[in-house]
Write a protein that binds this ligand. Structure first.
Ligand code: GDP
Ligand code: CA
Length: 337
């Protein structure tokens, strides 16, 4: 089986860990391709940092800090403290000492002319994540967040001036507590999908949208020209898992992202946002948590195969069970064609 997954950071990689455990047990020889979000990427102190690619790589390669969910296990922050001593910004970005080695290798290789796809493959040759990890694009396209100017400045008509800041500044420094008016993916107009990205969607036996942030992870990947069309038209069933459980994100601040694009923080509103493939949308099937069983009818009425399953990724076994429900949903979609 060839499975292609569009993934952000923590939610995407935890799902992948369960999927790989399931495939190892029940479908050995399967191939998983991950299309990773690079909209969160940022230059920090001259280093190219790709938080979502690294979270996938470290989680599947056994180097992630389980407690934090990002960065390395047994990490120290000596360099970060030294930089703070110099008073240089950004001081709010969690740059760990072990992690810096990854960013040094990446930055050096990019400067030597290798593409992010090539550099990621080289880093993965070390981490052996058990998946083919493809950046969504080799072009720089970074998510910026439109907020009210924090100085309180207003225009002539008294309305607050607006400004755009890097996604990481909004997410980490401001904890997404300042309302977002919208998201702008700077550079997306001229970005192309990375090598093999479209092919991985079009030739897959199954495409999965795991429980990643629908706006700034999966939503970002889908904005790369050509990727959403590939998801709409691939012969493979497309199955999604809700990151929203009981009207709230399981972790993180996806609600602050959804409100900015006018989507309610509910599992059914996110399903409607993606839309049924039968009506030109992106998903054939949608898995929600058991606690959201009452919305199954609403989603089914949209033309989306919907089931309520245990959708909390408490451990690898529970997550493997969730991945098994994705494979079953794909079988139902194929059988109904
Ligand atoms: P990020 O890039 O690190 O923010 O991670 P992702 O975008 O891949 O995933 C973030 C999403 O994962 C959040 O919206 C969470 O609600 C969701 N999530 C985290 N843990 C779970 C879980 O156990 N179950 C489900 N259904 N969603 C989860
Ligand atoms: Ca992310």
């Amino acid at each position: 089986m060839r499975i292609t997954v569009l993934a952000g950071g923590i939610g995407g990689s935890r799902f992948l860990r369960g999927l790989l455990a399931l495939l190892d047990r029940e479908h050995p020889g399967s191939e998983v391709t991950v299309i990773g979000n690079t909209g969160d990427d940022i230059w920090v102190h001259g280093l190219r940092v790709c938080p979502d690619l690294d979270t996938v790589m470290y989680t599947l390669g056994g180097g992630i800090s389980e407690e934090r969910g990002w960065g390395r296990e047994g990490e120290t922050f000596v360099v970060k403290d030294e930089l703070a001593g110099y008073g240089v910004e950004p001081s709010w970005f969690g740059l760990g000492d072990k992690d810096i080695a990854t960013h040094l290798v990446r930055t050096q290789s990019l400067s030597a002319g290798y593409s992010l796809t090539e550099v990621t493959a080289a880093l993965c040759a070390h981490w052996k994540p058990g998946v083919r990890l493809l950046p969504m694009s080799n072009e720089r396209a970074e998510t910026h967040v439109i907020i009210d100017d924090q100085s309180g400045a207003t225009g002539d008509d008294g309305t607050p001036l607006r400004t755009a800041i890097h996604f990481q500044e909004w997410w980490i420094k401001l904890r997404a507590a300042v309302p977002a008016h919208g998201f702008v993916l700077v550079g997306i107009d001229t970005a192309k999908p990375g090598p093999d990205v479209i092919e991985a969607i079009m030739s897959a036996d199954l495409v999965i949208l795991p429980p990643s942030n629908p706006v700034v992870s999966i939503g970002t990947i889908l904005q790369v020209p050509g990727i959403a069309d590939a998801v709409r038209t691939t012969p493979a069933p497309v199955v999604g898992v809700s990151p929203i459980v009981g009207g709230a994100p399981v972790r993180g601040m996806a609600d602050a992202c959804l409100v900015a694009i006018g989507v309610d923080t509910t599992a059914d509103a996110v399903a409607a946002h993606y839309g049924a493939r039968s009506t030109g949308g992106l998903i054939d099937a949608w898995l929600v948590d058991e606690t959201d069983a009452r919305i199954v009818g609403t989603v089914t009425a949209l033309g989306i195969d919907c089931v309520a399953v245990p959708a909390m990724m408490t451990d690898v076994d529970a997550t493997a069970g969730m991945a098994a429900r994705c494979l079953e949903a794909a079988d139902r979609i194929r059988a109904s064609r």
